[in-house]
Design a protein around this ligand. Structure first.
Ligand code: NAG
Length: 243
């Protein structure tokens, strides 16, 4: 993404230093207190069994981890969304290859739920929960899955138990990855972000995030995954709308 605000690069530099510090301190901590780190990871494991100790730990505070956290933190500097604000109408591509925009999926004053993600452990772990949401509310709300860049590509910050998908080099790669979701019968349209990753950046979507839009505005902005990605919060928002 280009320099769109004065001082953006200065902010990026500041974030870069913060992340470098975080990784350096983490690495030292890991070497000095391996048992404490293990206990922490095991506690996280209880929230989401897909983050098992063996999968996580070898990847902690490494180079790929550093680049990933940096990307997420830089992305947040360019987040264009706030509750009540206008929802960015970014271009997306349907699995047929046809281009359209996010707003095209909004119908009248029906809420539109956006589910951003890729084949990450937490996105797939909560996929059934999301599907139940679609089933329960399809008469009053619309749903759209936006497949973004691979958060845990096999040539990036990969875990042992990841679906084996390389970083998308072109739109075909991304469409192919998104088609894997069809095996899970999503029951709502699936589109992909363009290779400029505009939806991902404007909505600060990485690694996964949920939104509810209504009449072009943001009604609910979920927090980002893996720990704060909660389809049940969307359920509460939709229930409130129809009570
Ligand atoms: C968007 O993300 C892909 C990785 O999925 C990357 O290859 C591509 O360079 C990114 N595009 C831009 C403009 O940064």
């Amino acid at each position: 993404m280009g320099l769109s605000r004065p001082g953006l690069w200065l902010k990026r530099l500041w974030v870069f230093l913060q992340v470098a510090m975080h990784v350096a301190v983490g690495k030292v901590f890991l070497i000095l207190f391996p048992e404490r780190v293990k206990q922490q990871v095991l506690a996280m494991n209880q929230k989401n069994p897909h983050f098992s100790y063996d999968n996580w730990l070898p990847t902690f505070y490494g180079m790929q981890y550093f680049w990933f956290v940096l990307k997420v933190r830089w992305q947040r500097l360019e987040d264009r969304t706030e509750p009540g604000g206008l929802a960015p109408n970014c271009p997306v591509v349907q699995l047929s290859g046809q281009r359209c925009n996010i707003w095209d999926f909004m119908q009248g004053n029906r809420p539109l739920v956006l589910n951003f993600g890729s084949c990450t452990p937490s996105f797939l772990f909560k996929f059934d929960q999301f599907k139940r949401l679609v089933e329960d509310f399809c008469s009053t709300a619309d749903f759209l899955i936006i497949y973004i860049e691979e958060a845990h590509a096999s040539d990036g910050w990969a875990f042992k138990n990841n679906v084996n998908i390389r970083t998308h080099r072109n739109l075909q790669d991304r469409l192919q990855a998104a088609r894997l979701l069809l095996d899970r019968t999503p029951r709502c349209p699936v589109v992909v972000d363009t290779m400029e990753n505009e939806s991902n950046w404007r909505y600060a979507a990485l690694p996964e995030r949920l939104y509810v839009l209504r009449e072009g505005r943001i009604l609910y902005k979920g927090k980002s995954g893996p720990w704060n990605y909660h389809p049940e919060e969307v359920r509460a928002v939709l229930e409130k709308l129809h009570s």
